[in-house]
Write a new protein. Structure first.
Length: 149
């Protein structure tokens, strides 16, 4: 009998946790330009600027802007970008995206953090998100998943 009570308690706890855990999933796409220096060893330093649109699973949609540096050479890649999301009610949130190492520069996965926000997004400040991004010509396609609990 005690065994069944323990099993029911565990099941109830897992169910309650799964019910209350919430995610924000952001899908975005942007066009971008790069302003680049190319060094004598073929390494590069670029400034990335992008603009596009986004939607999320909470019913929001809007414009996105992004900017930041990209450094790369034959064995190293580093970026540090800020994304500004502006929704249909002119509420904003800013994500910082860092990625470095010997990853493929044409696609990537990593972490971002919501470091500032206005309106209803203020409660998300400090939330870390996982992202995946893919590039095609001068366009990018991104998927972000943020656990809100």
């Amino acid at each position: 009998m005690i065994f069944y009570k323990i099993i029911m308690f565990i099941f109830s706890f897992v169910f309650a946790f799964a019910t209350f855990s919430k995610e924000m999933i952001i899908q975005g796409s942007a066009s971008y330009i790069l302003d680049t220096f190319t060094y004598s060893n073929n390494g590069t330093y670029s400034i990335y600027k992008g603009e596009g649109s986004w939607t999320n699973n909470l019913g929001d949609y809007g414009h996105i802007k992004c900017m930041g540096p990209i450094e790369k050479n034959s064995s190293y890649f580093k970026l540090d970008h800020i994304y500004e999301y502006i929704n249909q009610d002119n509420e904003k949130m800013w994500h910082r995206v860092n990625r470095e190492g010997n990853q493929d520069a044409d696609a990537g996965v990593g972490k971002s953090i919501i470091f500032d926000a206005t309106g209803k997004y203020r409660e998300f400040i400090g939330i870390r998100c996982s992202y995946a991004i893919k590039y095609l010509d001068n366009k990018n396609f991104a998927h972000n998943k943020c656990k809100l609990n």
